[in-house]
Design a protein around this ligand. Structure first.
Ligand code: NAD
Ligand code: GLY
Length: 350
């Protein structure tokens, strides 16, 4: 498959490659001096292959999970980079999901004011979303992604083989983002509708990853630092994040899918939209969610949506919502109105 190249307005170049074996390909992209950063689960599964791929490189392993996406882990990684005597010419290779990618990307942006970063995403979510586009961050003071930087990775190596070891819950995380892309990209929407029986199948989902990345790459090229257009990539995420905070037992992907369901209902209520299309989009979300149908506490979600970074103030809720095939809109509602609407929409079942 041909690489997808991204050149932003700030002239930072980045490219996404689809090698047959990403770890074997590392030598070509990382160069002679590199440190590999990964988490304990990915290391357990692929550590030996990492050692073989870059025999001279040190490997720094973090504990797995969002709870460790914090400055302390970042500090440990920066220390390992200094002890490995990385120079401006070295590369940080992040092999893992979005947590490893966000942390590794930030460490690469900070070390010596910026060294090369090679992303090797191993979850579906990281392949389809987080490894591409240059958003890097750690959580701080209990707020997600409060400290971060925009810095494009030099290369992203996407290899679907990693998905063979990924648990179903993590596949659903990526599926949520893929359905989000379908709500933005009409041709992808048609394809997912045609293949709706396969929405939980990792091989099918993996086959649409390049299309999703190409879509995101074009958005990032036009708006690398999210001053406008890039906000469309947050479709479904305002209510999705609030659901994530009020329902910690749900995966991020399930929350995004519920977020799209609620925000589609909001679009029907407040905007001129294609209701038939929105009903089809809702059916896709429910299909992807199929096995996950808990009740959502709409009142708690509304309260937590007040905390979303995308809002101008806690009194004004902003959400990118689907309106018709390939079209979306920014819906801004006073908090009281949003809370009232969510309560009226009530519980959504699949
Ligand atoms: P994650 O990195 O925590 O990975 C999920 C789990 O899967 C972990 O336990 C990990 O060890 C395990 N894992 C990873 N690869 C595996 C494999 N191939 N086989 C078996 N297990 C594997 O979570 P995630 O969903 O990949 O990423 C979520 C993070 O991404 C969040 O912190 C979120 O804020 C961030 N994110 C960033 C962006 C961005 O643009 N930078 C976009 C979306 C999400
Ligand atoms: N995940 C949204 C973005 O990269 O902008």
């Amino acid at each position: 498959m041909r690489p997808i190249r991204i050149r932003t307005k700030t002239e930072e170049a980045s490219a996404v490659y689809f090698p047959r074996d990403a770890l074997r390909a590392l030598k070509k992209y990382a160069g002679d001096s590199a440190l590999i950063f990964t988490d304990e689960n990915v290391f357990r599964l692929y550590g030996e292959r990492m050692r073989e791929s870059l025999p001279g490189a040190k490997i720094h392993v973090m504990p797995a999970g969002e709870a460790h996406k914090v400055p302390e882990t970042l500090g440990g990684l920066l220390q390992a980079m200094a002890e490995a005597e990385l120079t401006r010419a070295s590369a940080l290779v992040a092999v893992g999901g979005g947590v490893v990618g966000d942390l590794g990307g930030l460490a690469a942006a900070l070390y010596m004011r910026g060294i090369r970063c090679i992303q090797v995403p191993t979850t579906l979510l990281a392949q389809v979303d987080s490894s591409v586009g240059g958003k890097t961050a750690v959580d701080f003071c209990g707020v997600k992604n409060l400290i971060g930087a925009f810095r494009q990775p030099e290369a992203v190596l996407v290899d679907g083989a990693f998905l063979q070891t990924l648990p179903a819950r993590e596949i659903l995380c990526g599926a949520g983002e893929i359905v989000k892309y379908a709500a933005l990209d009409g041709a992808l929407f048609d394809l997912l509708r045609e293949r709706r029986e396969d929405l939980c199948d990792s091989s099918f989902l993996s086959s649409v990853v390049p299309r999703c990345i190409a879509f995101k790459a074009e958005i990032v090229r036009r708006d690398p630092q999210e001053s406008g257009l890039r906000r469309c990539l947050n479709l479904g995420h305002t209510t999705g994040h609030a659901i994530e905070l009020s329902h910690p037992e749900l995966s991020h992907g399930a929350c995004v899918l519920y977020g799209i369901l609620y925000e589609s209902a909001l679009a029907k209520r407040y905007l001129q939209c294609d209701e038939e299309y929105l009903s089809r989009l809702e059916a896709l979300c429910k299909r992807a969610l199929s096995a996950h149908a808990p009740g959502i506490d709409a009142a708690a979600c509304a309260r937590l949506a007040r905390l979303d970074k995308k809002n101008r103030s806690a009194e004004q809720i902003a959400a990118v919502v689907p309106v018709r095939k390939g079209e979306f809109a920014l819906l801004e509602l006073a908090y009281e109105e949003y809370a009232h609407a969510l309560n009226q929409i009530g519980e959504i079942t699949c």
